[in-house]
Design a binder for this molecule. Sequence first.
Ligand code: PGA
Ligand code: ZN
Length: 422
Amino acid sequence: EITQVAARMVLDSRGNPTVEAEVALVGGARGRAIVPSGASTGKFEAVELRDGGPTYGGKGVSKAIANVNGPIAGAVIGYDARQQRLLDRAMISLDDTQDKSRLGANAMLSVSLAAARAAANASRLPLTSYLGGVNATLLPVPMMNVINGGVHASNNLDMQEFMLVPHGAVTFREALQWGVQTYAALKAELAAQSLSTTVGDEGGFAPNLHSHQEALELLVKAIEKAGLRPGIDVSLALDPASTEFFREGHYVLKGEDKSLTPDEMVDYYAQLVDAFPIVSIEDPMAEEDWEGWKIFTQRLRGKIQIVGDDIFVTNPRRLERGFKESVADSILIKLNQIGTLTETLETMELARSHGYSTVISHRSGETEDTFIADLAVATGAGQIKTGAPARSDRVAKYNQLLRIEAMLGEGARFIDWVKRGK
Ligand code: PGA
Ligand code: ZN
């Protein structure tokens, strides 16, 4: 039973304020959670409540914190923390908006996750086992964002994320090792070409390059230099986050001096997929370009995994439209896009029931909180996207996955979804 709920401000990896909540139970068990924050946020995400005004450039969270300490605490104190669904529903009713704009998705999520942790602690179970039970044994294939562009860096790459997918490994720790080796080889290669090795928001390098093609060539070279086989051991994935460069019906690639129609943009991707070992592309088309998304899906389904992030925003209603219109075949899962653990789990269940794969994801503004690592194993998602093997906000998740893998011992599984088909 919940006896206490309290929130405070802490900082995220960009130095912006965010919400940390603590939930205490009868008997003394406690749980704590911190919410992350995006930069290339989808327009249809649940509302992240910010103070506005001059302090912290308008990004203060004192209103969200007051909502936790006041109305949310009032609504959830007395609930059994194991009744996650009831507790989340209580917050949803209290908020009573479609987009969680009254209480703030940041306020609600902090309590939702802290309550889950408190319940796990009270049950004396690791969070993974508490959420997933004895069948939670599948470690996710990481998607490691090692070249950053778009709004996550100040270089000239329009596409936001170039990722390594070490799917051919036998265990998670081997996959991580391959990612780390390739990251190191990439750094050496950039240095050898006198390109910048400073990093962007998600820990990937952020060099100025002539084209996206050049970024992909560098990655293939790095995989080979690391002694690995591109396309077999380690493949590539992209998150262009294309909404960010969609202007009046055109995809504007400033770095390459191109302005493309949706059809031309699909051709552009198809050429990259033919030329490089790309296994997954997220948000190739903009969040409001459903027609473009349909063209893309028709053209590339079966060749690569097609992941919807900004277009679905972890929202079951948007995902349903995706099914109806045959858009994408996979969904990116971000807890703070929808705002409660219960709704996140429901969206994942819905995705699976339609054969869509699920990729658990961090945000570009992260913290030391590792909830998503446990969530990935608990739900058997099979894939996680949580940055480069650099910066503690990213590495914390990989380290937690290493702990979970060790805890599972011989029971831990790792599946090459590329080879097996998802
Ligand atoms: P964001 O980026 O956290 O800045 O929204 C991550 C993504 O687009 O997947
Ligand atoms: Zn994305």
